[in-house]
Design a protein around this ligand. Structure first.
Ligand SMILES: NC(=O)c1ccc[n+]([C@@H]2O[C@H](COP(=O)([O-])OP(=O)(O)OC[C@H]3O[C@@H](n4cnc5c(N)ncnc54)[C@H](OP(=O)(O)O)[C@@H]3O)[C@@H](O)[C@H]2O)c1
Length: 256
């Protein structure tokens, strides 16, 4: 079954009927995750800034018989995350999972003193994830169940020059996620997924043209398909409620 083929749905799929909100679902990993989860019967609520791309994701899912709704979300705006969660609850009566996936990576050496880029990564990767948690957590606590999936990066596992702030924001999310997990006391689940090099449009958020071209080339040559990350997210979600998949690293076999 391909990501968009739901012509032969598995009625026993544990993802069936799960309500999943996904940020950054207009391209790359978020889009692939929306398509895969919807193909397996989940109700997906997709958010990002580019309305046309979101509409296209929803159209492909509904054309295949799946269920999806979209709303424009800029994760730098707390109210947008509240609206994303509210949409899930209005349309599907609940929210089971929030996937905080939206991210940018205008990487570069610290010597560039690119403070605007640092702030952009803090605002989207860190603050945006916190806003997603803030919007979903009260409902998870009220329901007595829920799942926070945060997309971080192998950049936070192998620290290399040029990725200081990007890795810092991802590892801040990693740290927050572990404390959040411990605080849950069984009431909700927390997963961090660390993609390695993945073929997406992430390089378009890189300000330095040389870095952008070099990264895009590396992604094209080495990167894995975003569906590989989507499968890892699906694996974490499909576990029984009592099973928490804490930390998943998915990278190209050839990644150093
Ligand atoms: N590709 C990789 O090699 C790789 C490796 C490790 C980790 N990651 C992480 O994976 C996640 C997804 O990235 P990707 O690789 O799939 O890249 P991508 O194709 O560029 O997707 C990034 C997504 O984030 C959204 N986004 C950016 N700024 C946003 C904002 N302010 N508000 C809402 N949405 C925003 C974009 O949508 P709009 O522009 O429409 O808002 C887009 O849907 C990111 O967190 C990234 O750090 C990627």
């Amino acid at each position: 079954m391909t990501a968009t083929d739901i012509s032969r749905p598995d009625r026993t799929d544990p993802l069936r009927g799960r309500v999943v909100a996904i940020t950054g679902a207009s391209s790359g990993i978020g889009e692939a995750t929306a398509l895969l989860l919807a193909a397996r019967g989940a109700h997906v609520v997709v958010g990002a800034r580019r309305r046309e791309r979101l509409d296209d994701v929803v159209a492909r899912i509904t054309a295949g018989g799946g269920t999806a709704v979209a709303t424009v979300v800029d994760v730098r705006r707390r109210d947008d995350l509240v609206a994303l969660v509210d949409l899930a609850r209005q349309r599907f009566g609940r929210l089971d999972v929030i996937v905080n996936n939206a991210g940018v990576s205008p990487i570069g050496p610290m010597s560039d003193v690119a403070v605007d880029a640092w702030e952009a990564m803090i605002d989207v990767n860190l603050r945006g994830t916190l806003y997603g948690i803030a919007a979903a957590l009260p409902h998870f606590l009220e329901q007595g169940s829920g799942h926070v999936v945060n997309v971080v990066s192998t950049s936070g596992l192998k620290i290399v020059p040029g990725q200081a702030v990007y890795a810092g924001t991802k590892n801040a999310v990693r740290t927050i996620s572990e404390a959040l997990r411990q605080e849950s006391e069984g009431g909700y689940r927390v997963t961090v997924v660390s993609p390695g090099m993945t073929r997406t449009s992430l390089a378009s958020s890189m300000d330095d043209p040389a870095v952008r071209v070099q990264t895009q080339r590396a992604m094209d040559e080495l990167g894995i398909d975003p569906s590989a990350i989507a499968r890892a997210i699906a694996f974490a979600i499909e576990q029984p409620d009592g099973v928490d998949v804490g930390d998943v690293v998915v990278r190209p076999t050839a990644q150093g």
